[in-house]
Design a protein around this ligand. Structure first.
Ligand SMILES: Cc1ncc(COP(=O)(O)O)c(C=O)c1O
Length: 386
């Protein structure tokens, strides 16, 4: 054949002599079939082959299997961000005139999707306070199809009774979905408490290196088949290169989370003893209002700590500006320690009344405790408080 043809075809395709230890990045948009009968079998769901990377891809699927195993789910799906996971799940599972009940204390992006966008499509959304969620059956109405919640909650690390919420949903045939981002599956496995679907901003602990944006959903095959169908239509699947990076990050998840847990507990205990600090929020502290509940439903308390400097916002800003090892950034769950001020990030633009409802003050600073030496983190906090 001529050069133009050779350039395109020679050397491409599967190398049958290679048995890679790691799953390679299948950087291909489409997959080759030998016969029309093979395509037909694929269309009928009778073939394990791949057709098109917007539907599924071997690199993405390998990482999905890891996440399903971590969450003890039948199936997991990877999506292009945590918000893509949230939006795809909800568009798959509810229709016009259905109701979603959501915890009022929830990640800001989720709140905006439910409060500002889904109602335009005729979906009813209602927000329940932590007190209301303590009697979960009472927050579910006749039209409720999904209950969406988080535990621990950003930034106060308040926890809700996961098993009680899941049980109420099962009794009322409502699909329960938990955002398990803050805990990670190493610290909390909601499916063991009968939650239907677990969502993650994989951007955070699952990836762990602050360099990939991704989301995941894990749950029973019957529900995930509906979400998979929506993901195909919406085109919200994760890119194979990003999936490869996630798979690599996941291999160290258990050792990273162990260190996050230990460092965060050390930092929280140190902060709690310091008179310059008004209040420390960490579910692993005996002083946290949900410590007993957290002990029951979590294996570790995570890497997030919230500190209230007391007084005016300027107090938190002064502390924030003086940090040296902690970087001033909004995300969390990476190897590096970060600090954010909730009123300038997750709770930006909230009224005083909304802040009170979320339990957030203007003098709070949220710390994502990384994997550095705890002594260096404490020394940095000490000099920032000076
Ligand atoms: C608890 C929680 N859920 C969901 C999200 C959204 O995830 P992503 O930014 O990957 O879309 C975030 C992001 O900060 C989060 O903190």
């Amino acid at each position: 054949m001529k050069s133009a043809t050779e350039i395109i075809h020679r050397g491409e395709g599967v190398n049958r002599n290679a048995a890679p230890l790691t799953t390679p990045i299948y950087e291909t948009t489409t997959f080759v079939f030998d016969t029309a009968a093979e395509v037909q079998a694929y269309n009928e769901g009778k073939s394990p082959k791949f057709l098109y990377s917007r539907y599924s891809n071997p690199t993405v699927q390998a990482v999905e299997q890891t996440i399903a195993a971590l969450e003890l789910a039948d199936t997991a799906l990877l999506l292009s961000s945590g918000m893509a996971a949230t939006a795809t799940a909800l568009l798959a599972l509810v229709k016009s005139a259905d109701e979603i009940v959501c915890s009022a204390a929830i990640y800001g992006g989720t709140l905006h999707l439910l409060a500002d966008m889904l109602p335009d499509f005729g979906i009813i959304t209602r927000f329940a306070s932590l007190e209301e969620l303590a009697a979960p059956e009472r927050v579910l109405g006749d039209k409720t199809k999904v209950l969406w919640f988080e535990s621990p909650i950003n930034p106060t690390l308040r926890c809700v009774d996961v098993a009680a919420i899941a049980a109420a949903c099962r009794r009322r045939h409502v699909i329960s979905i938990i955002d398990n981002t803050f805990a990670s599956p190493i610290n909390q496995q909601p499916i063991t408490m009968d939650v239907d679907i677990v969502m993650h901003s994989v951007t955070k602990y699952l990836n762990g290196h602050s360099d990939v944006t991704a989301g995941a959903l894990a749950g029973p095959s019957s529900l995930m088949a509906r979400v998979d169908k929506a993901r195909r239509m919406l085109g919200t699947i994760l890119d194979p290169s990003a999936a490869y990076a996630i798979g690599r990050g996941l291999k160290t998840l258990s050792v990273r989370v162990e260190r996050h847990n230990a460092n965060a507990l050390a930092v929280a205990r140190w902060l709690e003893r310091d008179k310059r600090v008004a209040k420390v929020y960490y579910p692993g502290l005996e002083s946290h209002p949900d410590h007993q509940l957290a002990k029951r439903q979590m294996r570790g308390f995570g890497g997030m700590v919230c500190v209230d400097l007391g007084g005016a916002q300027a107090n938190a800003e002064r502390f924030f500006d003086r940090l040296k090892v902690f970087k001033r950034a909004a995300s969390l769950g990476g190897v590096e320690s970060l600090c954010s001020l909730p009123v300038l990030t997750s709770q930006w633009g909230h009224t005083d009344a909304q802040l009170v409802k979320a339990g957030v003050t203007r003098s709070m600073a949220r710390l994502s405790i990384g994997l550095e030496d705890a002594d260096d983190l404490i020394a940095d906090l000490d000099q920032a408080l000076a």
